[in-house]
Write a protein that binds this ligand. Sequence first.
Ligand SMILES: Nc1ncnc2c1ncn2[C@@H]1O[C@H](COP(=O)(O)OP(=O)(O)OP(=O)(O)O)[C@@H](O)[C@H]1O
Ligand SMILES: [Mg+2]
Length: 133
Amino acid sequence: MVFISNSPEETISFGENYAKTIKNGAVVVLNGEMGAGKTVFCKGVAKGLGIEEEILSPTYAYMNDYSGKLYHFDCYRLQSGAQAEGLGLTDYFYAGGICVIEWAENIKEVLPEAYKTVTIEKLEEGKRKIIYD
Ligand SMILES: Nc1ncnc2c1ncn2[C@@H]1O[C@H](COP(=O)(O)OP(=O)(O)OP(=O)(O)O)[C@@H](O)[C@H]1O
Ligand SMILES: [Mg+2]
């Protein structure tokens, strides 16, 4: 399915609605270049899950845990699935909360068998095409 977002606010609302359609324990891979809006989308997911904490990019921590309800991963600086495994990150895929993963291609060998994808493409200024299943 495709959604066209005309602003960061619309991407947040989309994420909020999307969160309500997924099951607990779902793993969601976010595709899209730097600045596409993956973290913005994740803010919406958090809102949809009733999380009030601010969502900050977990670049330095690799993963932020929002009360066990949402695990937000940023795998940009990870080199391999083995590294993610060694850091204990892959355990969270099976912990029951929703996992939202940026730069999952860096750890693709250790992703669970079933996951959903959300791909965000930049269109003109302020616009994004969001492809999701
Ligand atoms: N329609 C839109 N949806 C989402 N973000 C948008 C939109 N239009 C403009 N933006 C801007 O694009 C940027 C998206 O930043 P964001 O941190 O979410 O990207 P990212 O995909 O997580 O990048 P990175 O891979 O570096 O983590 C923000 O500055 C946001 O304001
Ligand atoms: Mg990001």
